[in-house]
Design a protein around this ligand. Structure first.
Ligand code: AKB
Length: 341
């Protein structure tokens, strides 16, 4: 008999780390983790199986369908916004074709199991595209259906994959039912910038927040690549994991939409710096905006409206800005870097 498991792609990534570390502590969950690189040693004990491979390898994915009964897929593998701009076509292949392959896998699993497999997909504030800084300042919190004109390949990929999820949830089955195929249960979060005390992101454009913090904690100078007045929404990694699991567990009948904004606090880069300086008085941070990266964040919203998530499935972050820095980020980062291992 095939074993019921949760499949997590992009296991070594930031969200992968946070999610696996959290789920690994639960007794009744078997994790099958997947990543192109060897699994981080710290995650090994939390995963029942690890598959090193590419989400573009359809033969490999076919073997997964045969071996496991997959209850939920957390499809976290992705090339982030800055890195994607260096090779947009490769990013498209990984971000879009990779997601399509996973959705096909979910369809096959759903058909075989006779029930829709849950497909939890992290989209991003990169799906938005505000036309000017004036408008960004004026509009404030934006809803899921507003300003969807991304300027990055990553943002285009995220927005399109949300549509693919919609297709495989509502429309695919209309034709495919004749062939015994089933729809999937696609659920999506649009994440803001994420900050973890454990991992540092690579290749993103909201990375200046976590990078500033981790550099300061290690006593290294940091050249911030955006202006002081740049404002973006952020959230701690524990809250990101909480949102993923809350959305996974939410009763289907409560969900009024497939895509939900989630957020917590919206500081400027200067406000992040001031919090860091208070905790690490020797921190050296300079602001040296990088034109292309600045242009990207200038199109991302200063804040998002996450009231649909609050109304439909009770979303509420545990960490506001004060708690995020004072009770999570600063103490655990100090413990991580300042104490001998
Ligand atoms: C990035 O900066 O690319 C990501 C994101 C906001 O999705 N962190």
């Amino acid at each position: 008999m095939r074993k019921e498991v949760v499949l997590i792609t992009g296991a070594n990534g930031e969200i992968g780390h946070g999610l696996i570390a959290h789920l690994g502590s639960k007794k009744n969950i078997s994790i099958v983790a997947m990543d192109v690189a060897p699994l981080d040693e710290r995650l090994r004990h939390s995963c029942e199986h690890f598959i090193q491979g590419d989400i573009l390898d359809t033969m490999l994915l076919g073997r997964l369908v045969a071996e496991f009964e997959i209850r939920t897929i957390f499809h976290l593998a992705s090339i982030l916004s800055t890195k994607a701009e260096y090779n947009p076509e490769t990013a498209h292949r990984v971000n879009v074709e990779g997601t399509l392959n996973l959705l096909r896998l979910a369809v096959e699993q759903s058909s075989w199991q006779g029930r829709p497999v849950k497909f939890i997909y992290p989209s991003s504030i990169a799906a938005y595209g505000l036309p000017s800084l004036e408008i960004k300042k004026k509009v404030g919190k934006i809803r899921e259906d507003q300003w969807l004109k991304p300027i990055t390949m990553y943002g285009c990929n995220k927005l399109y994959c949300e549509q693919l999820g919609r297709y495989y949830t509502y429309y695919y089955r209309q034709l495919a039912a004749d062939h015994g195929h089933m729809n999937v249960d696609f659920r999506c979060l649009r994440f803001p910038g994420l900050i973890s005390s454990v991992t540092i992101p690579t290749g993103g454009t909201s990375d200046y927040g976590p990078e500033m913090l981790h550099h300061a904690a290690q006593g290294e100078p940091y050249a911030c690549f955006v202006r002081e007045d740049t404002r973006l929404p952020f959230m701690t990694m524990p809250d990101a994991v909480k949102a993923l699991l809350m959305l996974e567990c939410a009763p289907q009948e409560k969900l009024t939409q497939l895509v939900y904004n989630v957020t917590s606090f919206s500081p400027t880069a200067q406000e992040i710096y001031l919090r860091i300086k208070k905790a690490f008085p020797n921190a050296v941070v300079t602001f040296e905006p990088h034109a292309a990266r600045q242009a990207i964040v200038d199109t991302w919203p200063a804040d998002v409206d996450d009231s649909a998530a609050a109304n439909d499935w009770g979303w509420n972050p545990d960490y506001d800005e004060e708690r995020a820095f004072n009770e999570y980020l600063i103490p655990s980062i100090k413990a991580r870097y300042l104490q001998p291992e």
